[in-house]
Design a protein around this ligand. Structure first.
Ligand code: GLN
Ligand code: ZN
Length: 769
């Protein structure tokens, strides 16, 4: 091989594309089907049409090999479970009766049977359905969906490349089925699973594909020697199959690490690696193993999970280095484009200048094609694109939006002392006790109260101009009155205003901070038919004026009890937004923290004695590799402290977390130095209370005693039992009584009953002390 011939062969490809369609046609069709308004045939026709349009768009843009099989009605990991016949026993009958309805039953459950568990796909905001396996699992090949979608692409005259979740990743993402011992390791099923993959591969080859892509993102996580051995064996055995297509093993979201030499030596024809910032180490590691002689290297140089334009010159230089390391170098995004919105050109409200900094799936596709062309035919052939790209990058780098001198100067002047409370916890706790005068086992809630249809209508009316701001604010105030009156009557100790003015805990703040951008059509799949529109951290962040103060003070004016101020923390603001890629995440976190610090200060100055800063996403942004975690936790916890540490000793700082197991970040929770933390715990029977105790956590904590994810009303006795369990780990002087999370998704009747029971439980257990 010469690097010249490797260059000449360069092609453009992607691993996957957004599924929903420009107007979220898929969401409408699937939800319509669930409601019985759309027939199965109509749903299938919509899906076929969406796939065809995506492929044609990709092909017209110059993508040489289009992905197939990446489309999904709900989730591609669930599709993989169907492909390998891993249908849970409880869903078997429904699947046998009707494959499509059975599929949705696995995804969403029915009145009678629970769905599969759902969890986050690596460190993205996409959620997949967790395969349930056990020693009795019998796999069987069902390649119908993959074969049909490949044939659709071929029939359009396109070169398709089926994309499958690889067998190692599939098993590593699985968990023991209900009733199977918790220590069962799905990876032990490998020998049963491989023949099924072999059959699917043979079917796809027979259907006419040259290549199949096997996605193994689990190999970018820390893996045990046994797991690495399994990967070695899988690709040795699949490679040795006679009747198979060429295999491209794809990795993304980070560096391959110890798995790289294994896959480089495996008898497969291609390897796809992530070459964006986070995975720069791949380049070095690839050179260290002597490259991929005789193989196809697919280079993920365009960031597949963020929305910024690529630095084409920089990517070309990476690609140039890679040319000497493989027989053929193809250009791709670092991962499936599933994680970015469809088309930036659809945005009408973003300033044209800023719009040029953004690249959604469609724009990324064009970048990939440009890079492949530059590589294959010489950079002269893309001179115009390079010039335009240079100008856009320069406009972003030199913009006052991305460089606000006041914000920068302030962030630079931050000292350790700014991120430290003026007194140690024990002294603060005494001051707060005296100041707040709360009973033992104080009761509170997490912030939001039911978001009623009326409220949503009022917001829509405001947007549409049917009511004015004054009219809208009257509605919000009426809601606050009701929420305060209820809490007083129910006997809660620390009240909240209910968050009636917020559409979403991140979006609400993003809309009011300078430097944040909102999109109109920037939808990204979160799970199933749920799509979110993450705000964009585009520039330096500042707070032009107070955000929450008047709502909190209004609520406080209605009661003698303490009303808790309520903010979304800097790490969660970051985690649920598209982030800047032109500065370290920690720098962005610090800017948000300083803006929120002013809000905290203003709340305190307005008489708020208890302020909660929510960080439900602290755990989910944890880096995939253990080696990267300490650095992340250092800036993440500093950002929280910077937000909160400026208050007086007798002002009580609360935080809240949910959606995760916290066992491995108890030290980080401690490092937040919050006075009180509320955590999700009801379903795990106060597990987190034991974890905090084991760590010697010295501060106050409220492990949730009311599971708010279900409309079920917990009885007072049940909540009291959980409190007694909590008391075994946390002493009464430090135990709070609260639900697992906010109540915005609940209805009023069950909220009322549940909180009344929660207060009754606190009273009962207090009387036993
Ligand atoms: N304060 C927020 C609420 O009550 C917290 C939400 C969350 O943790 N996700 O809704
Ligand atoms: Zn929560």
């Amino acid at each position: 091989m010469t690097s010249k011939s490797a260059a000449a062969a360069a092609r453009a490809t992607v691993y996957g594309y957004p599924r929903q369609g420009q107007n979220r046609e898929l969401k409408k069709a699937v939800e319509g089907y669930w409601k019985g308004r759309v027939t199965a045939d109509a749903l299938r026709a919509t899906a076929t049409d969406l796939r065809r349009r995506n492929w044609q768009q990709l092909a017209e843009a110059g993508i040489h090999e289009v992905p197939t099989g990446d489309f999904s009605y709900y989730d591609h990991v669930l599709d993989t479970s169907v492909m390998v016949g891993a249908i849970p026993e409880r869903h078997r009958a429904a699947v046998d009766a009707d494959a499509l309805d059975g599929y949705f039953a696995m995804a969403r459950g029915t009145q009678e049977v629970a769905p599969l568990e759902m969890t986050k796909w690596f460190d993205t905001n996409y959620h997949y359905l967790v395969p349930e396996l056990g020693p009795d699992t019998v796999f069987s090949a069902n390649s119908a969906k993959q074969v049909a979608e490949l044939k659709e692409a071929l029939a359009l005259g396109l070169t398709g490349r089926p994309v499958l979740v690889g067998p190692v990743t599939y098993l590593l993402l699985a968990k023991p089925a209900p009733g199977v011992p918790a220590d069962f390791e799905p990876l032990t099923l490998l020998d049963r699973l491989l023949p099924v993959y072999a059959e699917v591969l043979a079917d796809l080859r027979a259907a006419g594909t040259e290549w199949v892509q096997l996605d193994e993102p689990a190999l970018v996580q820390d893996r045990t020697p046994a797991e690495l051995n399994a990967a070695e064996r899988v690709y040795r055995e699949l490679g040795a199959l006679e009747d198979r297509p060429k295999l491209l093993v794809a990795s993304y979201f980070d560096r391959l690490g110890d798995a790289l030499p294994i896959l480089a030596k495996a008898p497969v024809e291609g390897l796809a690696l992530d070459f964006t910032e986070s995975a720069g180490a791949n380049l070095e590691a690839l050179a260290a193993v002597g490259g991929l002689p005789g193989k196809r290297l697919v280079a993920g140089v365009v960031d597949g999970r963020n929305i910024w334009i690529n630095d084409l010159q920089k990517s070309l230089s990476t690609l140039g280095t890679l040319l000497g390391l493989a027989d053929r170098v193809d250009v791709a995004a670092s991962c499936s484009l599933l994680h970015v919105p469809l088309d930036a050109a659809a945005e009408r409200d973003i300033e044209p200048q800023i719009l040029r900094w953004l690249a959604f799936a469609r724009q990324k596709t064009a970048e990939i094609v440009t890079l492949a062309k530059g590589l294959a035919q010489g950079t002269d052939t893309i001179a115009a694109e390079l010039a335009a790209n240079r100008a856009d990058l320069a406009s972003r780098a030199n913009s006052p939006i991305t460089h606000d001198p006041a914000v920068r100067a302030r962030a630079e002047a931050v000292t350790d002392a700014d991120a430290r409370r003026s007194q140690p916890y024990a002294e603060r706790a005494a001051a707060q006790r005296a100041h707040l005068g709360l009973p033992l086992l104080p009761t509170t809630t997490i912030g939001s109260f039911p978001q009623t249809g009326e409220l949503r209508t009022a917001r829509a009316d405001l947007r549409a101009g049917r009511i004015d701001t004054a009219g809208y604010e009257e509605r919000v105030k009426a809601e606050i009155q009701e929420v305060i009156a209820f809490q007083e009557k129910a006997g809660l100790d620390v009240l909240v205003h209910g968050e009636a003015e917020r559409n979403d805990m991140v979006q609400y703040f993003a809309e009011q901070l300078t430097g944040y951008l909102a999109t109109q059509h920037g939808w990204v799949q979160s799970y199933g038919t749920r799509y979110v529109r993450p705000p964009v951290l585009a520039g330096d962040i500042s707070r032009p004026e107070p955000i929450t103060v008047r709502w909190t003070t209004y609520a406080q004016s209605l009661t003698d009890r303490s009303v808790k101020g309520m903010l979304t923390g800097p790490v969660t603001m970051l985690a649920w937004s598209f982030v800047r890629d032109d500065q370290p995440l920690g720098d962005t976190a610090r800017q948000i923290a300083l803006a929120l610090r002013d809000e905290v200060g203003d709340l305190e100055a307005a008489g708020t004695s208890v302020i909660q800063v929510d960080e439900p996403a602290l755990r989910e942004t944890l880096p995939l590799r253990a080696a990267d975690r300490a650095a992340y936790l250092a800036w993440a916890t500093e950002a929280f402290r910077l937000t909160t540490a400026g208050v007086r000793p007798d002002t009580q700082i609360h935080t809240h977390m949910c959606y995760a197991e916290f066992g491995d970040i108890v030290q980080a929770i401690d490092d937040l130095d919050a006075d009180v933390i509320s955590l999700e715990a009801a379903r795990s029977h106060m597990q987190v209370a034991r974890e905090l105790a084991a760590h010697g956590y010295p501060r106050e904590a409220g492990p949730g005693v009311y599971d708010i994810h279900s409309p079920r009303v917990p009885s007072a006795e049940e909540a009291a039992e959980l409190l007694r369990t909590g008391l075994k780990a946390i002493p009464a002087e430090r135990l709070w009584v609260n639900p697992d999370c906010g109540l915005k998704t609940r209805g009023w009747p069950e909220t009322r009953a549940s909180l009344e029971n929660l207060v009754a439980a606190a009273r009962t257990v207090r009387s036993e002390l």
